[in-house]
Design a protein around this ligand. Sequence first.
Ligand code: DGP
Length: 118
Amino acid sequence: MASSDPDCLFCKIVAGVVPADIVARTDTAVAFRDIDPQAPTHILIVPVDHQPNVAATAAANPALAGSLFSMADSVARTEGIGERGYRLVANTGAGAQQSVFHAHLHLLGGRSFTWPPG
Ligand code: DGP
């Protein structure tokens, strides 16, 4: 049984309580467009099970954490950015600018990127 936090924004999006532009869904994960896109394609991949960050998801359920990367690649290909390339980001902790404490990957694509990231 997936855990859920009634005060968590992404749990509310997963449950359909808060609307979002959902692009993919399985029993265990949901992909939806970021409300403040930082690239032409900016999609969030979130597990249904509430954990505060992807490290906690990986510790609790390594297979689920791995499936987030598979879903990200599938969505990237559907969005037409799989060939050119895309960036996956998992801000982990407030010091890394994580602002929503429900595990998620950012899928970013459709523009050029620089390294190191800002
Ligand atoms: P992070 O800072 O890594 O925790 O990323 C959280 C992202 O969530 C940020 O890029 C903006 C996005 N976001 C915040 N509120 C909403 C919302 O209500 N809907 C959607 N679709 N995205 C949101």
